[in-house]
Design a protein around this ligand. Structure first.
Ligand code: PMP
Length: 426
């Protein structure tokens, strides 16, 4: 039966195949870190719905919250109407916002995907400023709808000014560290201040606190603070895309918390829906220039997702899962750096919290090694470990385990990876 399902879907679905779609697994059960295929094989899932499953698959508190709504007879679809379920969600969400935004924030339900919320954020800052240009960064990923794609690295939309995102490894200025970040910030400043740069005052700047799809590059704290100062001084709204970094993933509740930066707009999705589709933007009330009906969407009132999201946010907060992600992520990074010391094909190990990447390189030339990265992913799969690739040339093996990962599970993940690396390099 499983073979039939795989064969039929391979024929019926579009050519835009992703890794998850080409996996030879037909999942029929899942719990926590584990996915079980129709053939009974079990896998440790470090893809976690592309970082969505903060509490892993089918966490009891999430299931209970969903059942609670179903059993209560509440409407499942309510457009923008106020409901007890929505009230609980916004209360929990606002309670967790960075201080400085929480006091006077507005939320717009978008939906259902992260990319929808990105579009809403771009639209909001254009309306609020009356300007159209956008500042975005090299290596960025913001989604697959056209505005979000324009903001992502590789796009060529003329309205977007692409600025260098500082990174230690393969620094565009060849220096890395604080010096690379300083040059990147200076570049941004000079483009904005030079009347001859051809960059008009933009509607906003959009930034990921840690670039995920771009290959796991944490923004240096000092650089992010400079971006906050530079945008604040010029009246440019700063949009933090926390779709992947939010809800404890990076070892703080929000990715911007590491730098103590308060953005004007936060784009939230993935984990805030507790594994169901939900996306919102949260922004300073001052930017709330929209007239009634200026932003809408049929699926912005998903009650099941709100309930699952409330349960997830509350669980992460009450159980200190952000702090836990910081500690466990730090331990995993240390272990992986130890591994990398014995494997010259691992050119870099980096990450923040439970957002971790290993860049595979040709040991002789230092060039990215996409073939090797794909081989590592396959060797991992053969050992019952699901990982995804990202970054330049898809050469970065990414780990996004649930924040509920136990020490024993972390060891199991590391052991399988430790086996897979030399097998792929051979
Ligand atoms: N922004 C970031 C930072 C993301 O990582 C993603 C998804 N990986 C998106 C936006 C788009 O979200 P979605 O796939 O739900 O549209």
């Amino acid at each position: 039966a499983a073979e039939g399902i795989l064969r039929r879907q391979a024929l019926r679905e579009s050519a835009a195949r992703t890794y998850a779609r080409s996996l030879p697994i037909v999942p029929v059960r899942a719990r926590g870190l584990t996915i079980e295929g129709a053939d009974g094989r079990r896998y440790l899932d470090c893809l976690s719905g592309a970082g969505t499953l903060a509490l892993g698959h089918n966490h009891p508190v999430v299931l209970e919250a969903i059942r609670g709504v179903l059993d209560s007879g509440a409407p499942l679809h309510v457009l923008d109407m106020a409901t007890p379920v929505k009230d609980a969600f916004t209360t929990e969400l606002f309670a967790n916002l960075p201080t400085g935004l929480a006091a006077d924030a507005r939320v717009q339900f978008c939906g259902p995907a992260g990319t929808d919320a990105v579009e809403a954020a771009l639209k909001l800052v254009r309306a609020a400023t009356g300007r159209t240009g956008l500042l975005a960064f090299t290596g960025a990923y913001h989604g697959m709808t056209s505005g979000a794609m324009d903001a992502s690295g590789g796009a060529t939309d003329v309205r977007v000014t692409r600025l260098p995102y500082p990174q230690d490894h393969r620094c565009p200025f060849g220096v890395g560290g604080p010096e690379g970040a300083r040059i990147a910030a200076r570049w941004t400043e000079s483009l904005l201040d030079d009347p001859k740069s051809g960059v008009p005052l933009p509607s906003g700047m959009i930034v990921e606190p840690v670039q995920g799809e771009g290959g796991v590059h944490p923004a240096p704290d000092g650089w992010l603070r400079r971006m906050r100062e530079i945008t604040a001084a010029r009246g440019i709204p700063l949009i933090a895309d926390e779709v992947q970094t939010g809800v404890g993933r990076t070892g703080a509740f929000w990715g911007v918390d590491h730098a103590g930066v308060v953005p004007d707009v936060m784009v939230l999705s993935k984990a805030i829906g507790g594994s169901l589709p939900l996306a919102v933007i949260v922004y300073r009330a001052e930017l709330d220039v929209w007239t009634p009906g200026a932003h809408a969407g049929t699926f912005r009132g998903n009650q099941l997702a709100m309930a699952a999201g409330t349960a997830t946010l509350a669980y992460v907060r009450r159980n200190g899962l952000a702090e836990r992600a910081a500690v466990l992520g730090g331990r995993m990074l240390t272990a992986l750096r130890g591994l990398a010391a014995d494997e010259p094909c691992v050119g870099d190990v980096r990450g923040r919290g439970l957002m971790i990447g290993l860049e595979l390189v040709d040991p002789d030339t230092g060039a990215t090694a996409p073939g090797l990265a794909a081989a590592v992913r396959q060797e991992c799969l053969d050992r019952g470990l699901i990982v995804e690739l990202g970054g330049r040339d898809s050469s970065v093996v990414r780990l996004l385990p649930p924040l509920t990962l136990t020490d024993e599970q972390a060891t199991a993940v590391l052991d399988r990876l430790a086996d897979a690396l030399p097998a792929a390099a051979r």
